[in-house]
Design a protein around this ligand. Sequence first.
Ligand code: SAM
Length: 367
Amino acid sequence: MLLDKPVASPHSVAESSALRLRDSFGRAITDLRISVTDRCNYKCVYCRAGDEGASFTELPIADYLRMVRVLVSLGIEKVRLTGGEPLLRSGLVELVAELARMNTAFRADGSRLDSHEVGKPLDIALTTNGHLLESLAAPLAAAGLNRVTVSMDAVDPEIFARITRVPRSFQRVMAGVRAAQEAGLGPVKINCVLLRGFNDTQIEPFAEFSRRQGVVVRFIEFMPLGEDRTWKPETVVTMDEIVSRLNAWRPSCGVPAGLVELPPLTASETAKRFTFADGIGEIGIIAPVSHPFCGHCSRVRITSDGALRTCLFSQSDHDLYGEMRRGGTDQQLASYIRCVVMHKEARHHIGEPGFEKPSRNMVHIGG
Ligand code: SAM
């Protein structure tokens, strides 16, 4: 779906404070991604230029929590913790435990709950490279984490280590995936970014991996968000290509070849979902480059240093933390957020003439 013109709001300022957060195109903003550090213990070749340290400051956990509370009062229902590598951040388990005490503020029809009503618990998810997950999966699950996504760009341990630039990383991540499954965080989602000529040999092995390991494998098209800025359209392995490769693939146990499409779980689902003829395994394909889904975007992001971003590809971000530091009340922060969100971009312009790179790279935004 493409968006053209902003929709005029029929509501006064006083009325709109009772309404859930929407942008000027009428999109309800229900999902928050929050980066708790931009440090990372992996140096994935397409993401980081090689430096592990932080480029931006980290806020105290209490400050992230205050921002989330204000955003939840405006309509946020899902919070995904990310980075950098979020498992490097001290206080992460406590952050999850505090998030698990928060409840949503709106009914499904978009009206605000009355003060005596209690909303649903937040949906709390984590995106991690999995390197430190083996020991943290159980405490995070006990604190209230609902779901985990582990990034893995190969199932071949050698290719994996070549991408992460960390020896024996595959074994560590697999131990993390198993620990997450044992801690009840399944079905674990595995995110794989495919780069032509680098790890596109891994499509069929990942399909087998999904079937054997009971994980949902999601292929993500490569976007122009790396520190080294080497993105080229030719490097992107598109959804159509992945589908055609997997349609021709025959699962080893005598099951006929061919993907079977699964229905979307929600209207704003970013992945097209598939299984195989016997219903074993699940493949998702997220295609922001070849099949953009901006029309359904329900997200905002907070960076590790407390900037609010309305799109991965924003040309600038908004200093929410600055508003807090200057003594803004919760109500003032809420007004600031409403105002910023009214300027959320209609869509990204990847691959179009005149495309401008965003003001930050993926690792400093929070993927
Ligand atoms: N360290 C955590 C991890 O590895 O999942 C969280 C941060 S990482 C930046 C989040 C996700 O962004 C990873 O799945 C990574 O593969 C993905 N990513 C990084 N650069 C990307 C790019 N240029 N295009 C698409 N996805 C990208």
